[in-house]
Design a protein around this ligand. Sequence first.
Ligand code: FUC
Length: 353
Amino acid sequence: MLTNTISANVTYFGDYNGQKIDKLSLSNGNNVTVSALSFGATLYEIISPDKQGKLSNIVLNYPNAADYLQNPFYVSMAIGRTGGRIKNAELELNHKTYKLEANEGTTTLHGGPHGFNTHIWDSQIIDEAGIPAIQFHRLQRHSEDQFPGDIDVTITYRLTEDNTVKIELAATALNEDTVFNPTYHTYFNLGDSDTILDHELMVDADTHLAFDANKLPTGEFIDVDNSPFDFRKPTSLGKAIEAMQNTKEKGFDDIFKINETNQGQGIAVLSDPNSGRSVTINSDRNGLVVFTANSFTHDHMNLTKTNGLGMPYEGVALEAQNLPDATRFNDFGDIVLPKGDTVAHEIDYHITF
Ligand code: FUC
């Protein structure tokens, strides 16, 4: 029988608004550690060896809980109920329109101003047949975020012996039909450099979404063929970002539609040739947001990696989710969670070094 090497640890991280924040960690026998905070169910760090065995954190983070809400970038936080933008803060469901709260002009972004990332979650280490896992739980109520009905949400982190971090996001609709399209806003930087310009990215997507001026999807899909959006083979992020310098965004803040042929061989692979580290992302959802942190600023970004300053391209957020605002379009996939039903979505990061 194989011996379980996964161990768990809980430490005090700091205070937020007078409340105690815990940091919960899992480690395996290969010196890989994943830690998450009860504040926002935030993915705080993934420590991984490089090809020489040197340990570094490969996920952007901040030293204090309060730093996380000082800017609009959702650094590695849990996002829900719905990732991405909802037009006019109006959720279409069952031929009705539900008025939500806007938090970006007239748009609801990433679950609105009272989404998953803004709360302190109940947290514990659980035992699953002798293997520890991290579990976060809370009731997200209609009275908090104006989405229809209350949902009971559980987020579970698992770490495997072969260096996969598995994050499961599960919800039960308690009293009304609602929507559930959560994600993790994980920013990776796999190396020792301040930016991800030396990284390579593969995304299994033939198309990406067209947007209007408010970054809201128009419903059209654009072929990646012959464009800087073609990441179907591993592609230099530095070169692709250079090819975007004539755009307003000066990089990527885009939503790729994952090919239906994907069968768990990785919807995306991010690699850093210098450190030898690589992350393969798996998810059963039909979308991936790629945000290359183009608009990161120096101010209000007390990032650990760059000692208190942020900078463009410091990380790349890879957000596995269903295509956004999906109830408005016929072919964007199903995010409806009927009353009484439970759904679970998993996002996996398999690390090699
Ligand atoms: C991504 C982007 C948004 C926003 C956010 C922090 O989800 O699509 O534009 O900047 O990250």
